[in-house]
Write a protein that binds this ligand. Sequence first.
Ligand SMILES: [Zn+2]
Length: 363
Amino acid sequence: MSDVTPLSAEILRRAPKVLLHDHLDGGLRPGTVAELAEDLGYRDLPTTDPDELGRWFRAAADSGSLVSYLETFAHTCGVMQTEEALVRVAAEAVEDLAADGVVYAELRYAPELFVDRGLSLDAVVEAVQEGFAEGTRRVAAGGGRIRVRTLLCGMRQHARALEIAELAVRYRDAGVAGFDIAGPEEGFPPTRNLDAFDYLRRNNAHFTIHAGEAFGLPSIGEAIQYCGAERLGHGVRIAEDITADADGNVHLGRLASYVRDRRIPLEICPSSNVQTGTVPSLAEHPIGLLARLRFRVTVNTDNRLMSGCTMTSEFAALAETFGFGLDDFRWFTINAMKSAFLDFDERLELIEKVVKPGYAALG
Ligand SMILES: [Zn+2]
């Protein structure tokens, strides 16, 4: 809101960005989906033409039909069932994020979705870590820089959260920074996985929880007060606990106050929220209100393939819709870096040596 000159996409691309909420199985290149399908003998794709496939993913995810939306992930997960495929997808994700100006990313996925052809959970994690390392090497070889960490997700509708939490702790020194639960929020409250969260807390491990997207305040309340989530995946429906009176005075309910007072990070994914119908349009997205009230707001992509978005395009859309300027994007970025599941000294180093100088250099 501070800058008067319109921000070019190139400036936004060069601005250092930090991404906390991005699904590995939601960010494949369309061409890679087609090639892996060919390699693996996967015959269910609607088309094998990369451009058409890219359009199909966006349209299917946009259609308002949950069946079509889930079908998109059936295809991406369907082609991520071998170690080679996982290494490739992970390495390309790192390259794509670095090209988008992301300097630190936490990529997440549910290992249990990649065991259909016989891979063990450990083999899945090791293949993805190998891919992240390979991608990071390629970025460095090209003169770029990015640091990547992993979050492992348990699926809410399955009953393996504890097993996945144990997996996350087992690989904590190999780049796995934390845990999450994903999948259908309604009907699967976070407290169904209390054993996993208790285990993580006892092991001083970090976790976020998808809450406040498809379901409202009770889900957020459970995630924080019963499960102990450090961050909220989306959390956007915390806005339902904020009211304005006739004079425009804003009032925060107890839960919204708690979230703001405790600086609980909100992993906001604007395009994804519009696509899934969590909010009717970007203009009506509460991110403007939440940022104005100084919640710990971060900006994220969620599923780059399904939403056809990047961090740069999310920033550009927010600049256009809400008038955010570079100072705001710097604030979102520092918020995200402060909230990362990375050692404190590394977070500080990235803020002081990468993010702040990066924004200063943009003028
Ligand atoms: Zn998500």
